[in-house]
Ligand binder design. Structure first.
Ligand code: AMP
Ligand code: MN
Ligand code: MN
Ligand code: MN
Length: 282
């Protein structure tokens, strides 16, 4: 009987999370998590510190990442679990992605400056530090400068696709990203499948394509799912013979709706992704 409490999707200051890798692992432990994967956007920078802390606390730690990818003109997020961050093509890809994110940030800041909002680039660079610059950093900047009332408002007015400061980004192709994950020994998991606004037929096409590329799992339980959504995702997992993952997508203690480890159980008829992790040694 597996009695671990899993949380296989969360963020630290290496990308757009509010907590350092150490603080994140400590918080996960205090919330009852016994097996944690850190999955920062397009970077593995936080893994070593998180692993170290997890080891000290006697927690199981799984090396993870959340890659931003392009498929059929849609930006899809792929979580890699049990990856090897030293695998050269993956390490090279994350280096490139850091640069791609910096170039995007420069363009976004220019767009904001044209609307009379100055200083964004300096602010997001400072906030991101050594980590990845994300739109969340822009959202926080816009809130801090009183241009918007909330992160959500910042996305709705400035940062979402088609809005004023939006810049299309040349993410890796889905197939390539799945390759980096699987060839480094990891399991590729489609993150939050219901967040892309796909119709049922697009979802079917995506899952078929993802499977052919080597994708092995989908997130069935995430921090904000209701029972209907979990049921829907469990059905997709079963129909496409994919394993199911669980992850809060925790970013910050300030978001009271999403907490580390506060997750519904994976439906018992869905094959858990951790069975695959054990096989891959992740
Ligand atoms: P990026 O990868 O830099 O494009 O930033 C994407 C991140 O922005 C996501 O991982 C979320 O954390 C955050 N995000 C995206 N859309 C929204 C939204 N509507 N409201 C709040 N945060 C969002
Ligand atoms: Mn994020
Ligand atoms: Mn995501
Ligand atoms: Mn995420």
């Amino acid at each position: 009987m597996n009695t671990e409490v899993y949380d296989l999707h969360c963020h630290s200051t290496a990308s757009d999370g509010a907590l350092s890798p150490t603080e994140l692992v400590q918080r996960a432990q205090s919330r009852g998590v016994t097996a944690l994967a850190l999955t920062d956007h397009d970077t593995t920078q936080g893994l070593a510190e998180a692993q170290q802390t997890a080891q000290t606390l006697g927690m199981r730690f799984i090396h993870g990442i959340e890659l931003s990818t392009n498929w059929q003109n849609k930006c899809l997020h792929i979580v890699g679990l049990g990856i090897d961050p030293t695998y050269p093509p993956l390490a090279e890809a994350t280096q490139n992605l850091q640069n791609i994110r910096l170039l995007r940030a420069e363009k976004m800041a220019e767009k904001l400056a044209k609307k009379g909002i100055d200083g964004a680039l300096e602010a997001v660079k400072k906030a991101a530090g050594e980590g990845m610059i994300t739109r969340t950093h822009f959202a926080d900047f816009l809130v801090s400068q009183f241009h918007v009332d909330s992160q959500q408002d910042a996305f709705d007015r400035y940062l979402a696709k088609g809005k004023l400061a939006y810049v299309a980004t040349p993410w890796a192709e889905l197939e390539q990203a799945v390759g980096w994950i699987t060839q480094s020994g990891g399991i590729a998991v489609l993150a939050h499948p219901l967040r892309y606004g796909l119709t049922a037929s697009w979802m079917r096409r995506l899952l078929e394509a993802f499977k052919l590329m080597g994708g092995q799992a989908i997130e069935v339980v995430t921090g904000r799912h209701n029972p209907d959504e979990i049921n829907q995702l469990a059905n997709y997992a079963k129909r496409f013979d994919m394993a199911g993952s669980v992850g809060s997508d925790f970013h910050s203690p300030e978001n009271q709706w999403v907490e580390l480890g506060r997750l519904a159980a994976l439906p018992s008829d869905v094959r858990p992704v951790w069975q695959l992790l054990e096989k891959s040694g992740g």
